[in-house]
Design a protein around this ligand. Structure first.
Ligand SMILES: O=C(CO)[C@H](O)[C@H](O)COP(=O)(O)O
Length: 224
């Protein structure tokens, strides 16, 4: 059976007890922590930076942390996030002056590298970079805020990207982010996702285990 990864987005966590929230979603069975970095320029919201990541690592959080940069001019931040404990770093193509250089910088600092694609950005933008990617993050909402509705036309894009990955570099993980919940996760999985970023659906409850068990049970029913 295919391995799926559940990645809670801490954009929906309670920042006054962020470390505990992360420990709780991990002990409830999630696989990866999704760390949304926003600068109020690239997207109209402001979140957290490498110092917060460093503190979480110092607080014995050892799970993979997947940093999604939604910021202008990414290159100067990459060493800081890598040295603070990022496992993977993903950025948007238009936030880098030289995509090849940024991808190799991420890898040089020992992290997995990824490109993030907004809903309106065509998949063809990935064509020249497939051999340098560990992750492709497909946005299924406009980036900036949690709690938005999944854009259903993205299902077809996930399906097309799955085919591209299987053809050119099957090791790349396909990550989908935005508006995923118990009602649409099967469609997202069927279309070809490997990693499900989920914010409000997981954090809207106190009982993370119940939510994550629900998700896992649903995914276990899939025959792929
Ligand atoms: O990157 C994001 C928004 O830019 C969030 O990761 C995403 O929206 C997750 O939250 P939700 O599952 O509530 O949509």
């Amino acid at each position: 059976m295919k391995k799926f990864f559940i990645a809670p987005s801490i954009l929906s966590a309670n920042f006054s007890k962020l470390g505990q929230d992360i420990k709780d979603v991990l002990s409830a069975g999630s696989d990866i922590i999704h760390f949304d970095v926003m600068d109020n320029h690239y997207v109209p919201n402001l979140t957290f930076g490498p110092m917060v990541l460093k503190s979480l690592r110092q607080d014995n959080i050892i799970a993979p942390i997947d940093v999604h940069l939604m910021v202008d001019s990414v290159d100067n931040l990459i060493p800081l996030f890598a040295q603070s404990g990022a496992t993977s770093i993903t950025f948007h193509p238009d936030s880098s002056k030289d995509i090849n250089k940024t991808l190799s910088l991420i890898r040089r600092y020992g992290c997995k590298s990824g490109l993030a694609i907004n809903p309106e950005v065509p998949l063809s933008i990935l064509n020249n970079f497939m051999d340098q990617l560990d992750i492709i993050l497909l946005m299924s909402v406009m980036p900036g805020f949690s709690g938005q509705k999944f854009i259903s036309s993205i299902l077809n894009k996930i399906f097309k990207l799955r085919k591209m990955i299987d053809k050119y570099n099957s090791k790349i993980l396909l990550e989908v982010d935005g508006g995923i919940n118990i009602n649409n996760i099967i469609d997202v999985a069927h279309a070809g996702a490997d990693i499900f970023v989920m914010g409000s659906f997981i954090f809207e409850t106190k009982n993370y285990k119940k939510k994550i068990d629900m998700i896992k049970n649903k995914l276990n029913m899939l025959n792929i």
